[in-house]
Ligand binder design. Structure first.
Ligand code: R5P
Length: 447
């Protein structure tokens, strides 16, 4: 197991995924540095030598193991692993694209990042061309990057796709395709070994894969951390509400964790209609199971697309007497006019806050008073590091204990006299400082 350079772990970002990949790389760098320091100090005390000598010995071993004469950099200091793989992405006049990998990746465990919902301008041709890409452009760019990595001899190709492409086309009615499953098969046939995603719309998608493994992460730890920074869970008269039947398991998890009652909004959808925006969605009828009158309602969904699902729900909840409405989503797509529609809904008092993760790039949201961003880069860094070293992920995938500890700690913090407060907080990004011992994923069995 390598704690410092050389590393076999490589991170390649497709155009539009650079910001998220950079942040994950920073998190990884922190994880590796802390591991190295722990290792050096443990070996120093075991062999009665100084940590400086341990560092030199590790550097010596790494220099012996490299195919080069020796690695550049100091011999007496920690040499942080360089995870980032440089690449050039070219946009041709006819709309074709090309990825060139600019350094050797032969034998690497490669993680290719792609954010298919980034609809801000992205850079090609060394920054000289900016293009706004559709979901389909991004998917094709991903295919091209995977093939480049395959041709260049990567040992293992992993994709980091916070949103799984076409995940809402996971079941068919009548003469429709099963596009979510087909995308997986295409990726599999290109040589992809694993996909890491966030809160996938339907777990059944992976039933279509032969070899490809899917790691489905959840952001419940990070979301609860943010939620508890805006409400006092101990005293708040709160109900957790599933905004539709597909969201029951997710919200049951939150209700159990927060020790609050669960309510359900039952919706009829007219699937002959495509939701165009929040005002023109395909929801035809709603019924509330549970009581929201005078209460704070917290509801979690996998994504906000047009916003139709949540805005309709929020308006209805207000009509039913809800005092405050707070929503959380893992995937804040905010398609079409969704940002303006949420602005309008906020002005009308339909909701108080939306918590969303930074797994989808949407800078505009950060300027909104009603939007709170939770950071999942630590979660992705953790999972990548565990996968790279073939270590168990179970503590990341079932985080009930960790969430319970977070809630207890935060509640103690809320009740503690002011002078004690610093000693019990999580770090500024809502993740626990000890990323070695504490996993980040949640324990939702099915979405
Ligand atoms: C529905 O089944 C999903 O979980 C989301 O609620 C839905 O896809 C959100 O889309 P929109 O924001 O367009 O209503």
């Amino acid at each position: 197991m390598s704690y410092s350079d050389p590393t076999e772990l490589g991170i390649l970002a497709c155009p539009g995924a650079e910001a998220f990949a950079e942040q994950v790389i920073r998190r990884l760098a922190g994880i590796y540095r802390r591991r190295f320091e722990r290792k050096a100090s443990a070996l120093a005390s075991r062999y009665h030598i100084t940590p400086e000598l341990v560092t030199r010995k590790i550097n010596f071993a790494n220099d012996c193991n490299t195919g080069m004469l020796f690695l550049p950099g100091p011999t007496d200091r920690y040499r942080p692993p360089q995870f980032k793989i440089s690449a050039r992405h070219t946009w041709f006049a006819n709309g074709e694209i090309k990825t060139e990998i600019l350094e050797s990746i032969r034998g690497k465990d490669l993680y290719i990042f792609q954010d298919i919902e980034n609809h801000q301008p992205v850079a090609f041709n060394d920054g000289s061309i900016q293009r706004v890409l559709s979901v389909n452009d991004h998917i094709f760019n991903l295919f091209v990057a995977i093939d480049a990595a395959m041709q260049a001899g990567a040992a293992r190709i992993n994709l980091v796709l916070p949103i799984y492409p076409y995940s809402r086309q996971h079941k068919k009615k009548g003469r429709e395709g099963l596009t979510a499953a087909r995308i997986g098969k295409m990726l599999e046939s290109l040589g992809v070994d694993r996909i890491i995603t966030l809160d996938i719309h339907s777990r059944e998608i992976e039933n279509a894969f032969d070899r490809l493994r899917l790691e489905n992460l959840h952001a419940s730890f990070q979301i609860i951390d943010k939620l508890m920074s805006i409400v006092d869970i101990g005293t708040e008269d709160m109900v957790v509400l599933a905004p539709d039947t597909g969201a029951v398991d997710r919200n049951k998890f939150y209700a159990n964790a927060l020790q609050k009652p669960l309510a359900l909004l039952y919706k009829e959808r007219d699937y002959s209609k495509v939701s165009r925006n929040a005002a023109d969605s395909n929801i035809s009828e709603m019924r509330l199971l549970g009581n929201v009158k005078g209460k704070t309602v917290f509801m979690a969904d996998d994504m906000i697309g047009t916003g139709g699902t949540l805005i309709k729900a929020m308006k209805y909840l207000k009509e039913q007497g809800a005092e405050k409405v707070i929503c959380a989503v893992s995937l804040p797509l905010f398609s079409g006019t969704a940002v303006e529609d949420f602005d309008a809904a906020y002005r009308q008092g339909y909701f108080n806050r939306i918590i969303g993760t930074n797994a989808i790039y949407h800078n505009e949201l950060l300027k909104k008073e009603w939007y709170i961003q939770s950071d999942v880069t630590g979660l992705f860094a953790q999972i990548i590091s565990l996968l790279h070293h073939n270590r168990s992920l179970s503590s990341l995938l079932d985080n009930r204990d960790v969430v319970a500890r977070l809630i207890r700690r935060k509640m103690r913090h809320a009740n503690a006299p002011t002078s004690n407060q610093d000693s019990v907080s999580t770090d500024s990004e809502g993740t626990h400082p000890d990323d070695e011992a504490i996993p980040y994923g949640p324990a939702i069995s099915k979405q």
